[in-house]
Write a protein that binds this ligand. Structure first.
Ligand SMILES: [Zn+2]
Length: 247
């Protein structure tokens, strides 16, 4: 059972207890509704925190003491080739979580990512802000369309998946379980879509990085691409090497 299922059982028992108290005149009608409100807020918070493994058990660290760089939201027509050039020059293997519609638009870039020894994972076909509200066949289709595009390009079943915005909920958990997907989270977030990488930020991320970390970055952010050589050199200077899940 997931942490979500345990929390649901506790919630239902507390609700039952409160309703019994209401029936006996020991509590007001407001209290069971307050609990529903508080539990809903709690679930919403948990849906935004994939690292907690609340709905789905995700892999948030690599098994070794290496550091895995991950790039979300690609492939990007201008920045992906530059990112790949840097990774090749620095001899770093990374993992790319690709959006299905971008894969469809730039299959040659995905082939290059795979040919150069990097790992790929699906990141849904549409990557919509409303991802967290999807369910049933619409959700299944959005996730699996991207997975299947990658499988077609790589020639092997691609099971790695990262949800957009890190959103998880019981619906997402159900698709992951049913389709045998493996969710990959992160342990170090660079917030590169919110704040551009400048030299101060590069130093901060270098200092924060620990062995085994999975670092979340975005392929579509220009400053991330520009900061990459300094970031790689800095992490290496601290005695850490890079690898992907299986290394
Ligand atoms: Zn994304």
């Amino acid at each position: 059972m997931s942490k979500f299922h345990w929390s649901l059982i506790i919630f239902l028992l507390l609700e039952l207890g409160l309703w019994i108290m209401v029936a006996r005149g020991m509590s007001s009608y407001a209290s069971p509704f307050i609990l529903i409100f508080v539990y809903s807020l709690f679930l919403f918070a948990m849906s935004m925190m994939p690292g907690v493994n609340f709905f789905v058990k995700a892999q948030n660290h690599v098994a070794s003491d290496r550091v895995m760089l991950t790039f979300d939201d690609g492939p990007h027509p201008e920045l992906t080739p530059l990112t790949l050039d840097i990774l090749k020059e620095k001899q770093v293997k990374a993992m790319f979580f690709l959006i299905g519609k971008n894969v469809e638009a730039h299959p040659e870039l995905v082939k290059r990512i795979i040919a150069e020894g990097h790992m790929v994972g699906g990141h849904t076909y549409l990557h919509e802000p409303a991802f967290g509200f999807k369910f049933g066949s619409a959700l299944d289709k959005d996730i699996m369309r991207a997975q299947n595009l990658l499988t077609d390009l790589s020639g092997k079943e691609e099971v790695y998946f990262r949800p957009p915005f890190g959103v998880t909920n019981p619906n997402v958990a159900q698709v992951i379980k049913k389709r045998g997907l493996q969710m990959i989270g992160w342990s170090l977030r660079t917030y590169d879509t919110a704040y551009d990488f400048d030299s101060l930020k590069v130093q901060k991320v270098i200092t924060q990085t620990k062995p085994g970390d999975i670092v979340l970055m975005h392929e579509r952010v220009k400053s991330t691409c520009e900061a990459l050589p300094e970031l790689i050199d800095g992490i290496r200077k601290r005695g850490m090497e890079f690898g992907v899940l299986s290394q």
